[in-house]
Design a protein around this ligand. Structure first.
Ligand code: ZN
Length: 167
């Protein structure tokens, strides 16, 4: 395993719709393992392949490790197949937009299907923080970041801060 560099917004790869993985291979496994190591080191709770510069539909996540419960999840070709009607707004940060957190409103529950590194079909329902995390990572695979989900005023204000930081 090795750490990979995390791409910072507005790198174009973060605005790219990622391609499905044709076949889970040793290459996919290496990518996923590197992504988990990179996510834990960052430290973060989720990381999508475009965030390490790879435009493939893969994300890793562990919503609870910071509370001492390690549940690493590797999702290849994930697909949200159901959402609750109830929306919840939570503050979301992003490893690719360092120092910036914005409120994002999303369904409180999602049902996700994906394949694992053995090529086996998996599915699970996620709620609350984990549901937001899943949707945040799914957004990355579609070239969407948190700043695309806030109103123009919030975006402008945040970009001023982000720009000032970058200088
Ligand atoms: Zn992110």
């Amino acid at each position: 395993m090795s750490l990979r560099a995390i791409v910072a917004w507005p790198d174009p790869v973060l605005s790219t719709a990622c391609a499905p993985v044709d076949e889970v291979s040793a290459h996919t496994e290496q990518l996923a393992e590197d992504m988990l190591e990179t996510m834990y080191a960052a430290p973060g709770r989720g990381l999508a392949a475009p965030q390490v510069g790879v435009a493939l539909r893969v994300f890793v996540m562990d919503a609870t490790w910071k509370e001492g419960i390690y549940r690493p999840l590797i999702c290849v070709n994930p697909e949200i197949v159901g959402t609750s009607d109830r929306m919840i707004e939570q503050s979301e940060g992003c490893l690719s937009i360092p120092g910036i957190s914005v409120p994002v409103s999303r369904p409180d529950e999602v049902h996700l299907r994906w394949i694992d590194l053995n090529g086996a079909a998996c599915e699970q329902t996620f709620q609350g923080f984990a549901a937001a995390c899943v949707q945040h990572e799914m957004d990355h695979l579609d070239g969407i970041v948190t700043l695309d989900r806030v109103d123009a005023e919030t975006r402008a204000r945040v970009l001023t801060t982000y720009g000032a930081r970058a200088e």
